[in-house]
Design a protein around this ligand. Structure first.
Ligand code: IDP
Length: 147
């Protein structure tokens, strides 16, 4: 079992696709271990997107990511990091296949619905970056709903 960190970006929140996107993760069998709405500070964005700091579009990304609250999700499952990235599709929504989250809901290379950790190592770093220990839950999937 592995846990991945997902951020539902402002286009997802203001486009009212939060439920649709979480539904895809649930239907793929992932367990939600953490879920919250919050605003991203400049400090945390500088850290999170440090690998893009020198890019000309960096200020645009920061403005985009701060334009509304985001939803932070921690989802667990077998091979969660890779499987979540596969469900998302590639960074550029225009190149993403239909049936992927970015292919179905994303606009372009920046406005692309969600962030997801890209390695097990980064998942650990990002979970700590966005969630306190007490905001991440371990629990049995004991009950079910009507089919
Ligand atoms: P990823 O989100 O698929 O892991 P990264 O290369 O880490 O891709 O880029 C982080 C985010 O920065 C992207 O999700 C996207 O929102 C934005 N971004 C990446 N490349 C570009 C670009 O060429 N122009 C504008 N925004 C970009």
């Amino acid at each position: 079992m592995q846990t991945s960190l997902i951020l539902l970006k402002p286009d997802c929140v203001t486009g009212r696709k939060v439920g649709e996107v979480i539904k895809r993760f649930e239907e793929a069998g992932f367990q939600i271990r953490g879920c919250k709405l919050f605003r991203l500070s400049s400090e945390i964005l500088n850290e999170h997107y440090a690998h893009l700091a020198s890019k000309p579009f960096f200020p645009e990304i920061v403005a985009f990511m701060q334009s509304s609250p985001v939803v932070g999700l921690a989802v667990a499952g077998d091979n969660a990091v890779d499987r979540v990235r596969t469900l998302l599709g590639p960074t550029d929504s225009k190149k993403a296949d239909k049936g992927t989250i970015r292919g179905d809901f994303g606009v372009d290379v920046m406005v692309n619905v969600a962030h997801a950790s890209d390695s097990a190592e980064n998942a650990e770093i990002e979970l700590k970056r966005f969630f306190k220990d007490e905001e991440l839950f371990d629990y049995a999937m004991s009950y079910t709903t009507k089919p």
